[in-house]
Design a protein around this ligand. Structure first.
Ligand code: ZN
Length: 170
């Protein structure tokens, strides 16, 4: 495994559309392993292949301490709306409020080329939508409706999100 350089939002790579994966080989597995290591190192919860300079439809997401790999992901249904603060490993220190669906269903393939479907809501759904946008050259700064200007406001938004999470658990 190896760390990869994270591309920043000023670079053209993040404006390009990624191509579908057609071969599920060692090269793909190395990419997936490297992406997970890179995401861990920089403390992210999601990473898309174009963020490490590879224009392929591959994303990795950490959800409840589990690492999930999505290859050629497609959102097949969405319900409701939520508006939360998002950040991006390609733009450290920048935060925006973004509106996303509250619940989604996603079809994707795993590293062995096996198809699966997954339901996601809350932060997990937000992360999947954010990463799929990367595969289409879309950034959270394009669709965000309000920039979070300072640390204090960011902390407030995080506390609100945590309260919501606790409510959900009950
Ligand atoms: Zn991002």
């Amino acid at each position: 495994m190896a760390l990869r350089r994270v591309v920043t939002i000023e670079e053209d790579t993040l404006r390009k559309k990624s191509r579908e994966v057609t071969v599920f080989d060692d090269k793909l597995w190395v990419l997936l392993d490297d992406m997970q290591q890179t995401m861990d190192k920089f403390g992210g919860v999601g990473l898309a292949a174009p963020q490490v300079g590879i224009l392929r439809r591959v994303i990795v997401i950490e959800n409840d301490d589990e690492m999930i790999e999505f290859i050629n992901p497609l959102i097949t249904s969405m319900k409701g709306k939520q508006r939360e603060v998002e950040g991006c490993l390609s733009s450290p220190g920048e935060w925006w409020y973004v509106e996303r669906p509250e619940q989604i269903r996603v079809r994707a393939w795993n590293r062995h080329g096996k198809e699966f479907n997954i339901d996601a809501d809350g932060v997990f759904a937000i992360t999947i939508c954010h990463e799929i946008d990367h595969l289409n050259g879309i950034l959270f700064t394009d669709i965000g409706d309000e920039r979070v200007e300072d640390e204090e406001e960011l902390e407030k938004a995080k506390r609100q999100r945590n309260r919501k999470r606790k409510k959900k658990r009950r």
